[in-house]
Unconditional design. Structure first.
Length: 332
């Protein structure tokens, strides 16, 4: 794996010096950085079973096209007096900080946590189309036709879902979170890496948010439109998860020992940081109408929430399928 663009080198330098310096230095050791050298070929071995699966996924997408106006029963509206997620899924649950919140404050916190998850999805979905189309422009001659077409479908559906989530945030009057986990800076490097690096990077964050949202929202007593938007998102996401998983499995099954090692080294250091960031986002304190019990500048309190017994047990439950796959792929 090599970087083939000077801007990518500059982004890595920024990543190393400004945010997550330890991870940045590890990435720098993993990759050989050099000047410009355009490459139009990529080694992407894909088995016949995967080719058949991709064709089936394409057929499902064409049979159920995603459209903004018909994706959800928009006339249902949003009831901010109802919970958008189960209370036992709140970031502070199981800590003394949760006990300090009143009922109204817990409700407000639940909606802000939902806003954070949607903000993550929107930013991810803004990244995917340009990333995937960039791969197509670079490597179109190396990609099987069905994979080429599915990347286009994936990009198109991400654009539509961005519009869906943006409309929902407007209806629900939710704020937009600016901070993102370790994924943010790493993703800036995806265009210059092997396509499977970008596939896995987008897969991980999307899979995590989708799994967490489905675990927290598909219950009685949840605002109906909130429950429905995550259910609708999941119905599309499961196709994208299966696509990315199979492409990555074929790649790791055929790559050299050296390439597999490089590939795995990236994510072994990034995944734990993403998990910790998802458990608690200190930006929430900037959006509450009341003094939030965990200050965004109090590192010890933030760490206490992120490493609480409840947070770790919750991850074991909601991310079980994903974590089992990551273990199988030797990515954690």
């Amino acid at each position: 794996m090599t970087f083939t663009d000077l801007s990518a080198v500059q982004r890595l330098r920024f990543f190393t010096n400004i945010e997550f310096p330890v991870i940045g230095k590890r990435l720098e050791r993993i990759f050989w950085l050099h000047g410009t050298r355009k490459s139009r070929e990529v080694d992407l071995p894909i088995g016949q079973d995967t080719m058949l699966l991709v064709s089936q996924l394409l057929k499902k997408s064409h049979q159920h096209p995603l459209e903004l106006e018909t994706a959800l029963p928009w006339n249902m509206g949003v009831d901010r007096e109802m919970l958008p997620k189960r209370l036992d899924q709140l970031w502070l649950y199981g800590t003394t900080f949760f006990e300090a919140l009143s009922s109204d404050e817990r409700l407000e916190t639940a909606w802000l946590e939902t806003a954070r998850d949607i903000s993550l999805l929107i930013q991810l979905k803004r990244t995917v189309p340009s990333l995937f189309v960039g791969y197509l422009n670079k490597f179109s001659n190396s990609l099987p036709s069905s994979v080429h077409d599915y990347l286009l479908v994936h990009a198109l559906e991400e654009i539509t879902q961005t519009l869906i989530f943006r409309r929902f945030t407007q209806i629900a009057n939710l704020p937009y979170f600016q901070r993102l986990p370790a994924y943010t800076q790493t993703s800036a490097l995806f265009p210059e890496m092997h396509p499977c690096v970008g596939l896995l990077g987008t897969l991980i964050i999307g899979w995590m948010v989708d799994s967490g949202a489905m675990y927290a929202t598909q219950a009685s007593g949840i605002d109906p439109l909130t429950r429905e938007i995550f259910k609708q998102h999941h119905s599309v996401k499961i196709r994208h998860i299966e696509f990315s998983r199979r492409i990555i499995e074929d790649y790791l099954g055929n790559a050299s020992i050296r390439e597999r090692h490089k590939f795995r080294e990236i994510f072994r250091h990034v995944i734990p940081e993403i998990l910790k960031s998802l458990r608690f986002d200190p930006e929430i304190a900037q959006h509450t109408s009341f003094p939030f019990p965990v200050s965004g500048n109090h590192a010890a309190s933030i760490e206490a929430v992120r490493t609480s017994v409840h947070s770790q047990l919750l991850d074991e439950e909601r991310f079980k399928s994903m974590m089992n796959w990551l273990w199988k792929m030797e990515l954690i």
